[in-house]
Design a protein around this ligand. Structure first.
Ligand code: ZN
Length: 451
């Protein structure tokens, strides 16, 4: 197997505290070396290998998104594992974790196996399955958690809905704790809502039912208490935090209960950039669950990112057909398809706003999600790590065009937005799956060795 040398980029590898202009060598599906290599070897040992000129770019461990919805099995018209895995690499993601809310739900080891099988046929991004917590995601009987864990489920979630019953949740925390994996909760008490948008005066004026912030907050608080009571300390992760009040609860638990409980949280690009005001014209592209909230929530989310309360960025890529999104607001399904523009959205929300710097943002998309889901060989660039790398041009200005999406769905409210920064190469297992700027491959050969 030939090797691939990614030359002259700013390598940001937060797990190893690397942030420097360096070269990365990939060989036999692994990271072989990171250092100043081109200067020493041009014209000699790297002579026959592929060289990708990453000058002016940021080179990171392959980006990881722990929250996507690929609709296979059941709704292949929206997304398949293959189309979703292709959209992922287009967006710079080498690895994604897909939620089990398919039809049927991913709730046994055979279906875990099915996801791996379809992903390996697609040969695009790594797709790692999240198993359901309860059978059929119905919230009543626990699913085959141990079997799914043994079969390769990287986490457990009933995403789309919360585990509403405290007694079922209590058992789920116990069983997931035994696997050592993480329980991801979609925090929303169904008895407090079920609405189309954020509960409040705007929803009332629009005649729409609302999801109040407290629906999210009570589940988080309940789960913190249940997890403490167990004394088992299940690794517990709050999916798509939307409310400032939730941030307070998570921050306090992380601080006051340090060592007694394990709680992490993720946030989506849309909850960082959009507010409920966007629902004003009944545009269903802005209908998501949990709903878009207010500016003050965004400020709280940003402060939570700044102080590490929220440590993971996740898209919640949720593809739907145009026909479904053309339904009236109350009837249309929740979700935004954002895998293919997410990196630029994070740059806008976090770097351009000067909330955090590049190494902090890269950690939230590499080292932190890898740790969350127990991906020891991913999320970093130490020798021996999987040969997954993303190259981002931070200055490239481009316009989101859903017609160019490789996802099967186009339900993205960022269509037409001009954004700065985009992944130009996604390398998975040493293979280049996205090569946006084709001129850069082998351009390194034209460099002259220093005399
Ligand atoms: Zn969810």
């Amino acid at each position: 197997m030939t090797s691939l040398l990614i030359a002259g980029g700013r390598v940001i590898d937060p797990a190893n505290e690397v942030d420097d202009v360096l070269d990365v060598v990939l060989k036999d599906g692994q990271v072989k070396d990171v250092g100043k290599i081109v200067g020493q070897h041009v014209g000699s040992s790297v002579g026959d290998d592929l060289i990708f000129d990453a000058s002016g770019c940021i080179v990171t461990p392959g980006l990881i998104d722990v929250h996507v919805h690929f609709r296979e099995p059941g709704h292949e018209e929206k997304e398949t594992i293959a189309s979703g895995a292709t959209a992922a690499v287009q967006g710079g993601f080498a690895t994604v974790c897909c939620m089990p809310n398919t039809e049927p739900a991913i709730d046994d080891d055979g279906r875990i196996d099915f996801v791996y099988h379809q992903a390996s046929r697609a040969q695009m991004a790594n797709v790692l399955p999240v198993g359901a917590i309860t059978k059929g995601r119905k919230g009543q009987q626990l699913a085959e958690i141990a079997l799914m864990s043994a079969g390769g489920a990287v986490a457990f979630s009933d995403d789309g809905v919360a585990v509403a019953s405290a007694s079922v949740m209590s058992k789920a925390l116990t069983y997931v704790a035994m696997t050592g994996k993480v329980l991801m909760q979609h925090c929303e008490d169904p008895q407090l809502g079920g609405g189309a948008m954020n509960a409040g005066s705007l929803a009332t004026r629009l005649g729409l039912s609302g999801w109040p912030r407290v629906a999210e907050e009570v589940i988080i608080q309940r789960d913190i208490q249940l997890n403490l009571r167990q004394g088992i300390g299940c690794r517990y992760h709050v999916q798509h935090v939307s409310s400032g009040g939730s941030v307070d609860l998570i921050r306090r638990a992380r601080h006051d209960l340090f060592g007694q409980t394990h709680i992490t949280a993720e946030v989506t690009p849309h909850h960082l950039l959009l507010t409920e005001d966007q629902c004003r014209d009944y545009d269903t592209l802005y209908k998501v669950n949990p709903p878009l909230r207010a500016h003050r929530d965004i400020e709280e989310l940003l402060s939570a990112i700044k102080d590490g309360t929220i440590s993971v960025l996740a898209t919640d890529h949720a593809p739907h057909t145009q026909e479904e999104k053309e339904l009236e607001f109350a009837a249309a399904p929740y979700g935004i398809a954002s895998l293919e523009c997410a990196v630029a959205l994070y740059i806008r929300a976090l770097i351009e706003s000067q909330t955090i710097d590049w190494p902090a943002m890269v950690a939230m998309m590499t080292a932190n999600p890898a740790r969350l889901c127990g991906m020891g060989n991913k999320g970093h660039l130490a020798p021996g790590a999987d040969a997954d790398v993303t190259v981002i041009d931070p200055k490239l200005t481009w316009t989101v065009d859903v017609e160019h999406f490789t996802s099967k769905s186009q339900n993205c409210p960022f269509h037409g937005e001009t954004l700065t920064g985009r992944p130009i190469a996604t390398i998975v297992g040493g293979q280049i799956k996205l090569n946006y700027d084709r001129d850069r491959l082998n351009r390194g050969h034209q460099r002259k060795p220093p005399k």
